[in-house]
Design a binder for this molecule. Structure first.
Ligand code: ADP
Ligand code: MG
Ligand code: MG
Ligand code: MG
Length: 402
C-alpha cells in the first residue's frame, strides 16, 4: 500500500503504515499491532516496538459508526479530533495526549500511548478513587471552555474557529440521541423492558418535561458559546492516581459550555449508582458513594472558583468586564450543566448508547431500580435547573431522589 487512497486498515495494514509512513521506528523493527478500540465509532490500534519500548496509538475513522452500520458519519471527524487535540494540548497542558500526526487521506491520527493510565469508567467500575480528579478536570474545562469563548477571544478569530468545527454529522448524533429519542418511544432506543412503563409514564407523558427538552435542544443547536469537547464521559478520560488525560474530542463544536460539565457530572453519578447497586460491603460502598458525591460537589465548586479567577484575569471584551457580568455568565453555565446532567442520565438509560455502569448490573430487579433512580434524578436536574448554583445544590438533587 502507498496510502494514497483511503481504505479502512486492519492490524497488518497499520503495522506496515507505522513502519513506512512514520519516522518513529527503525525500518526493520519487529512491531506488534493490536486493535484495542472499545468505543462506539472508531478503530484504535496500539503499535509497540518491544525492542526499543516505543509505542504509539493510531486511531482511524471508518465511514460508518462501529455501534451501528446504519449511522454514517463523515470521516472528517478525524480532522476535527486532530485539530482539537492540538488546541486542547495548548490550552490545558498535561491534560491531553501528545499529538504526532494527522493523515487526511487515511483519516487517521497518531498520538501518545496512554496505556499506563486506565479508562476512568473501567477504574470506577473497579470502585477505585481519584482524589485529584475534580481538580484536574475543572482545570481542563475552565481552560478549554472559557479561553475559547467571546469573553476572551478576538471575535473574528473565534468565528473562524466556529466555522472550522461546525461538525454537522456528530452534532446530529447528539441532537438525536441526547435531546430527542430518549423522550419518546423511538424505535432506535434500547430500553430494558422492566423500565419501559416507568419511562412512558414518568417522562414521555410529562408535557412540561418535553417542553424543557425542546428548549434545551434548540439551545444546544444555536448557542455557540465555547469550543466543547462534546463527548466528555468517563470513557473519554484516562486516569491514574496523579494524572488525568482527556481523549476522543471528535464531537467538538461551538456549543453551550455546560454541555461538557454536565457530562462529567452525569457519569460520576452513573458510577455512584453502580456502587450503590453492586458493592456488597456496606462501609466500602458508603465510602465510595461519599467520594463520588464529594467529587460532584468539588467539580462544580472548583469550576466556579477557577472560572471566576480566569475570567477576571483574561476577559478582554469590554461588556464582559462590567461588574456582575462574570457571575451572571457563570450562573447560566451552571444551569445548563444541571440540564445536561439530567439529559445524559436519561439518554444513557433509555437511548441507543448505554453505559456499562448500569448494564453490568446482573440482577434484573436491582438494575431496574438503578435505572429508575437515574431517570428520577435526570428529570429533577432538568426541571429544577434554574435554582442550581453550587456543588451542594447538585448533591442535594441526588440525596433527595434516594
Ligand atoms: P471512539 O471514538 O471510538 O470512542 P476512543 O478514542 O474513545 O474511540 O478510544 C477507544 C479506546 O481505545 C479507549 O477506550 C482506549 O481503551 C483506547 N485508546 C484510545 N486512545 C488511546 C491512547 N491515546 N492510549 C491508549 N489507549 C487508547
Ligand atoms: Mg470514545
Ligand atoms: Mg435528524
Ligand atoms: Mg469517539
Amino acid at each position: 500500500h502507498q496510502y494514497t487512497e483511503y481504505f479502512t486498515m486492519n492490524e497488518s495494514d497499520v503495522l506496515n503504515y507505522a513502519l513506512t509512513q512514520l519516522d518513529v521506528f527503525d525500518r526493520d523493527a519487529k512491531l506488534t499491532c493490536k486493535e484495542i478500540g472499545d468505543g462506539n465509532l472508531n478503530y484504535v490500534f496500539l503499535v509497540v516496538d518491544p525492542a526499543s519500548g516505543k509505542s504509539l496509538i493510531i486511531k482511524q475513522a471508518g465511514p460508518v459508526a462501529r455501534i451501528s452500520a446504519d449511522i454514517e458519519v463523515s470521516t472528517d471527524r478525524n480532522r476535527i479530533e486532530s485539530e482539537i487535540l492540538k488546541i486542547q494540548y495548548e490550552l490545558a497542558p498535561g491534560l491531553v495526549p501528545k499529538f504526532y500526526k494527522y493523515d487526511p487521506v487515511m483519516n487517521c491520527c497518531v498520538m501518545e500511548d496512554l496505556s499506563d493510565h486506565d479508562i476512568m469508567r473501567k477504574a470506577l467500575l473497579e470502585h477505585r478513587q481519584f482524589p485529584l480528579f475534580a481538580d484536574h478536570i475543572t482545570t481542563f474545562m475552565v481552560n478549554t471552555l472559557l479561553l475559547t469563548s467571546d469573553v476572551v477571544m478576538n471575535h473574528k478569530e473565534k468565528k473562524d474557529l466556529v466555522k472550522s468545527f461546525i461538525n454537522p454529522d456528530l452534532c446530529e448524533i447528539s441532537e438525536d440521541l441526547v435531546y430527542t429519542e430518549p423522550f419518546y418511544d423511538c424505535p432506535r432506543n434500547d430500553i430494558f423492558e422492566p423500565t419501559r412503563n416507568f419511562a412512558k409514564s414518568y417522562l414521555w407523558e410529562d408535557e412540561a418535561l418535553l417542553l424543557e427538552t425542546a428548549k434545551l435542544k434548540f439551545e444546544f443547536m444555536s448557542h455557540a458559546q465555547s469550543l466543547l469537547h462534546g463527548d466528555l464521559h468517563s470513557g473519554s478520560i484516562f486516569i491514574k492516581d496523579d494524572s488525568t488525560k482527556i481523549i476522543d474530542p471528535e464531537f467538538a463544536f461551538y456549543g453551550p459550555a455546560g454541555y461538557d460539565i454536565g457530562n462529567v457530572i452525569a457519569h460520576l453519578l452513573f458510577a455512584y449508582v453502580n456502587a450503590d447497586s453492586v458493592m456488597e460491603d456496606t462501609s466500602k460502598r458508603e465510602e465510595q458513594k461519599a467520594w463520588l458525591l464529594s467529587s460532584v460537589r468539588d467539580a462544580i465548586d472548583m469550576f466556579r472558583e477557577k472560572f471566576l479567577n480566569l475570567f477576571r484575569e483574561k476577559a478582554t471584551d469590554r461588556s464582559a468586564q462590567i461588574p456582575g457580568f462574570d457571575m451572571y455568565y457563570l450562573n447560566e453555565i451552571i444551569q445548563d450543566t444541571a440540564a445536561v446532567t439530567g439529559l445524559e442520565l436519561c439518554r444513557r438509560t433509555l437511548g441507543l448508547a448505554h453505559v456499562k455502569d448500569i448494564t453490568c448490573i446482573e440482577d434484573a430487579v436491582v438494575r431496574a431500580h438503578a435505572e429508575k433512580f437515574c431517570l428520577i434524578m435526570g428529570k429533577k436536574f432538568i426541571m429544577e435547573r434554574s435554582g442550581m448554583v453550587t456543588g451542594e445544590d447538585f448533591v442535594r438533587v441526588v440525596t433527595e431522589c434516594i
